[in-house]
Design a protein around this ligand. Structure first.
Ligand SMILES: CSC[C@H]1O[C@H](OP(=O)(O)O)[C@H](O)[C@@H]1O
Length: 367
């Protein structure tokens, strides 16, 4: 999307032909900084420390991380080490495994001398693929928003609640949950977005609000606990969220707190849609609650919050008393029964295996 009027992606090969540049998302929204990844360890750190985050962007970064590793050493041992190092960075987003498998399958048969260039080209292709997938998801969601707009009084916006950041910052571009929002806004359909803060890392306030502000999309920041109340009072027409891993049966793993939004939406008859790029489908899993690994992150993310001081400095503040323990499960799983529909690059389908298999017939058989 545009940053200060300049079309920008979240990750790109640097002009030196030997490194990768990313937007350092740990600095947003108060600082806009570009970081350079020169080694496998730089790429692994960028993922585990969340300089880049979001399932599709994690996959793209891992693919480029394999390139950086194979530039240095294209041997079989180095390829295996790179795969294992990147795979260990974060356990929940299935795009990480998907991207690493794409690279390993493509370059293992090659002579070592050919591996780095092939990996670089594949990483670039995966990025372009992600952008196309997300634009297509936006088209599917645009139809949904347009239909909702037709039911509203003239000029009244479609009120959309989203959780965490499934925006262009979570992908290479467009975003998944935000792609329909951007496309509806750009088509002149009045939309307004309720932006969940999304504790503990505040991806909503830090990233989604920054995105929407930059694109001129009307939005309101709300605390995580306000969504149910807004739904009870008819102020939410639609919920659209992203996903880090969706099972073959339509269970949706996403940022912690998503499940609670789905329960509130179900209780209030609010449509709850999940923007789902196909690389985020784990066709090997049927029961998301029992089978999807949920990342446990450090307590510091819960006990501290970062923001801008009145002097314009970025600071981190401790909230609970020193010595109080904190738990930090980073994701939860929304059962398919609470999902109204899945917005994929091949269109909309119910959150069922039959629905997914109809759009992706090559996966008709669940393993
Ligand atoms: C389009 S994937 C976005 C997805 O990733 C986020 O998690 P994290 O920021 O921890 O990588 C969140 O679950 C978003 O919905």
């Amino acid at each position: 999307m545009n940053v200060a009027g300049k079309p920008t992606r979240t990750i790109w090969p640097a002009a030196d032909g030997a490194s990768v540049e990313i937007i350092d998302q740990t600095r947003l929204p108060h600082r806009y900084e570009i970081a350079t990844l020169r080694t496998l360890d730089d790429a692994a750190h960028a993922i585990s420390a969340m300089l880049v985050r979001g399932a599709p962007l994690i996959g793209a970064t891992a693919a480029y991380g394999m390139w950086l590793a194979l530039r240095a050493d294209p041997s079989d041992a180095a390829l295996t080490h790179a795969y294992d190092t990147l795979y260990a960075t974060r356990p929940t987003a299935v795009n990480l495994r998907w991207a690493l498998d794409r690279v390993r399958t493509a370059v293992s048969p090659l002579t070592p001398a050919d591996r780095a260039a092939a990996t670089r080209d594949l990483a670039a292709a995966l990025c372009d693929e992600d952008v196309a997938i997300n634009h297509a998801i936006g088209q599917a969601g645009l139809a949904l928003i347009r239909d909702l707009a037709a039911t509203k009084p003239a000029g009244q916006p479609v009120n959309i609640l989203t959780h965490c950041n499934a925006g262009w910052l979570a992908t290479v571009d467009w975003g998944t949950a935000t792609s329909p929002i951007y496309q509806a806004h750009d088509a002149g359909i009045p939309v307004h977005v309720w932006v969940d803060e999304t504790r503990p890392r505040n991806q909503g306030f830090h990233l989604t609000a920054w995105e929407l502000l930059n694109h001129g999309v009307p939005h309101t920041c709300i605390v995580d606990n306000a969504g149910g109340h807004l739904m009870q009072h008819g102020q939410v027409d639609l919920v659209i969220v992203g996903t880090d891993r969706t099972t073959a049966t339509g269970d949706v793993c996403n940022k912690i707190g998503t499940y609670l939004k789905a329960l509130a939406a179900h209780d209030n008859g609010v449509p709850f849609y999940v923007a789902l790029p196909s690389p985020t489908i784990d066709w090997t899993v049927r029961d998301g609650v029992r089978e999807i690994p949920i990342e446990e992150r450090g307590a510091h993310e819960v006990t501290h919050v970062s923001g801008l001081t009145t002097d314009g400095e970025v600071a981190s503040l401790q909230i609970p008393p020193t010595g109080s323990p904190a738990a930090n499960p980073a994701f939860d799983v929304t059962p398919a029964r609470l999902v109204t529909g899945l917005l994929t690059e091949r269109g909309l389908c119910p959150a069922t295996h039959a629905g997914l298999a109809q759009l992706f017939p090559d996966h008709a058989q669940i393993s």
